[in-house]
Design a protein around this ligand. Structure first.
Ligand code: F6R
Length: 596
């Protein structure tokens, strides 16, 4: 959601406009509806509009040289996507220009208290930031003091890039709750919402903390607390390879990421096992051993992985486990056990809903573990412990390899707790990687099934036991990229109401991976078939029937979601492809949901 890049300096004759536009292209995956940049060349020049970065590229006057600029992709929160509401925004005098990621929750109060007579150009909350800085500078404050003054007034989340036309030898940044990183270069410095937007130019980064204010010039990065105290922080080397962020031969990142799942599982095996034993931070092992109840908190696909995690922790490790929707936890807070362990599952590590829960449970003094794909992300930094997924960058909005990686990591944690023989699990995960490969090698099957069946307005996934959780995730995948209204149901629940929606041609996809539910789920398939449904069955080989269209080699039943989800990812992909949709950037969605 929203992306920011900013640059000042003189890197090998590179032009700031190209750096900003390329950076914004790297941030496209986060989801956005408008884009803009401003550069300094004897005054501030702004180019912005609703639409894609490719459209912005056509608007930018590439002939104007510059060595200072900030850029932004906007995901509308205050005001419709339009040229007027696109960032950057300026104050009336044009001295201060601002890009902003986040939401200012007290914008109405600030307007009433400080800016009653101000004539706003846009509907955004961002414009008040530019206006307030201008106001405080007019009252005699320096630009730095005015920005910190405004930071102190803002409630909500912000990552800011701010240019002051009066001092084009530097620019400012600030952060609270929304992600922002500094990239340190030789003769240049940058800010970006993530490492991918910067890595092409430097691999040296400085992480920023909440309520920090940063002054960047070509040769210096100075970090201050909101009160103006200088903060010393060492930089670190980011290991992300610039080529990881390319599509390569693939038409879409989603297909590439589906295909990367076997590598991701093998990498997890390499990281979390030694030759014959588990390799997990002993403090995490101890926290799990001491807990009387796990609370998994997550959103979307990560939450769906959490449901599978619940099965794993309960059936393998015997630890009672609850799964909570992050955005509901704050209101529907459950009764907490005596020795809880909170597990935050998050691909991005930046999801604002999950972070709000982390802040809350930290105040209550509870222990937390974040399982994430992004090293140094907010949830990772703020939890007591982190386990990384090592899945490689996930760019498609629809999460695939992060889901399977989260399940694999939780399986290893549960198995270690239950003293499973590490060699056995290691071997099984290696087998699972091969089984996934055999599924992804057979893409034509999924294309044909999607072209034949997934052409209706509605669709249902059904399953029982652990297959029900796969059905929920499978339905999310299909609906979010193909826009087919899809629901995942516990197969036994259909006849309690939802079966009324089945009509001639409605696709119903069943998942069967557990012996004890095979016959019952097959009865449900017959029930919907006799009411006109077109059915597709995904089954493990030992449970399969001759008519099942998708048969997968057997794996340990408790780990079946790692393989049964893959056909559903491919079905979603080909359903969206058949409809000619923008698979990696589905409408209205953002990859990193940084507002609550
Ligand atoms: C769906 C999807 C989302 C995310 C959710 C949480 O494909 O990707 O549902 O799973 O927004 O994001 P993370 O995992 O980054 O916390």
């Amino acid at each position: 959601m929203c992306g920011i890049v900013g640059y000042i300096g003189f890197k090998d004759g590179l032009d700031v406009k190209e750096i900003l536009l390329t950076g914004l292209e790297k941030l496209e995956y986060r989801g956005y509806d408008s884009a803009g940049i401003c550069i300094y060349n004897d005054g501030v020049k702004i180019f912005k509009d609703e639409g894609r970065v490719a459209h912005l590229r056509q608007l930018v006057d590439m002939d104007v040289p510059s060595n200072l600029g900030i850029g932004h992709t906007r995901w509308a929160t205050h005001g419709i996507p339009s040229q007027r509401n696109s960032h950057p925004h300026q104050c009336h005098t044009g001295r201060f220009t601002v890009v902003h990621n986040g939401v200012i929750e007290n914008e109405i109060e600030l307007r009433e208290q400080y800016l009653e007579d101000y004539d706003f150009i846009s509907d955004t909350d961002t414009e008040i930031i530019a206006a307030l800085i201008e106001k405080f500078v007019a009252q005699g404050e320096s630009a730095s003091l005015a920005i910190r003054h405004v930071m102190g007034l803002l409630e909500g989340s912000y990552a800011l890039g701010i240019m002051d036309a009066a001092t084009p030898d530097k620019f400012y940044a600030a952060k609270n709750k929304s992600p922002l990183l500094v990239g340190v270069g030789k003769n240049f410095n940058m800010i970006g919402s993530d490492a991918m937007s910067i890595i092409k130019y430097t691999d040296e980064f400085i992480e920023l903390h909440d309520e920090e204010f940063i002054v960047l010039s070509a040769n210096e990065v100075a970090i201050y607390s909101i009160l103006g105290t200088r903060v010393d922080r060492l930089s670190y080397k980011e290991t992300l390879d610039a080529s990881d962020t390319e599509k390569g031969v693939y038409p879409y990142y989603m297909l590439k990421e589906i295909d990367e799942q076997p590598f991701a599982i093998r990498r997890i095996v390499a990281e979390y096992f030694t030759e014959n034993t588990y390799n997990i931070n002993p403090e995490i092992v101890e926290s799990l051993a001491n807990t009387d109840r796990i609370y998994i908190v997550a959103a979307g696909t990560s939450m769906n992985a959490g449901f599978v995690g619940k099965q794993l922790f309960e059936s393998i490790a015997n630890i009672p486990t609850e799964v909570h929707i992050a955005s509901e936890f704050v209101y529907n807070t459950p009764l907490i056990s005596k020795r809880p362990l909170f597990i935050f599952l998050s691909q991005s590590g930046e999801t604002a809903d999950s972070r709000a829960v982390l802040v809350k449970i930290k105040k209550l003094g509870y222990k937390s573990l974040t399982i994430t794909n992004v090293k140094g992300s907010t949830l990772s930094r703020e939890a007591d412990y982190t386990l990384l997924l090592y899945a490689g960058v996930e760019i498609a909005v629809a999460s695939t390899k992060a889901y399977t990686s989260q399940i694999a990591v939780m399986a290893i944690l549960a198995a270690n707790e239950a003293n499973w023989d590490a060699k056995v699990l290691k071997k099984e995960l290696a087998l699972i990687a091969n089984v996934i490969e055999s599924i992804t090698d057979n893409k034509l099957l999924f294309k044909e099934l999607a072209d034949k069946y997934l052409i209706k307005r509605n669709c249902f996934y059904i399953g029982r036991h652990i297959d029900y959780y796969v059905a929920i995730e499978a339905s999310l995948k299909l609906k979010e990229i193909s826009y087919i209204q899809t629901e995942g149901f516990a197969a036994g629940e259909l006849k309690h109401g939802t079966i009324a929606l089945i009509e001639n041609g409605t696709p119903v996809i069943a998942v069967i991976s557990q012996e004890n539910i095979n016959l019952n789920t097959r009865s449900n398939i017959k029930e919907v078939k006799s009411r006109g449904a077109e059915t597709i069955v995904i089954s493990l080989k030992s449970l399969s029937a001759a008519t099942d269209q998708i048969v997968i080699d057997d794996v340990f039943p408790v780990l079946a979601p790692l393989v049964t989800i893959v056909p559903t990812q491919l079905l979603a992909y080909y359903a969206a492809l058949g409809r000619g949709l923008d698979i990696d950037k589905p409408r209205n969605l953002a990859k990193s949901v940084t507002v609550e």
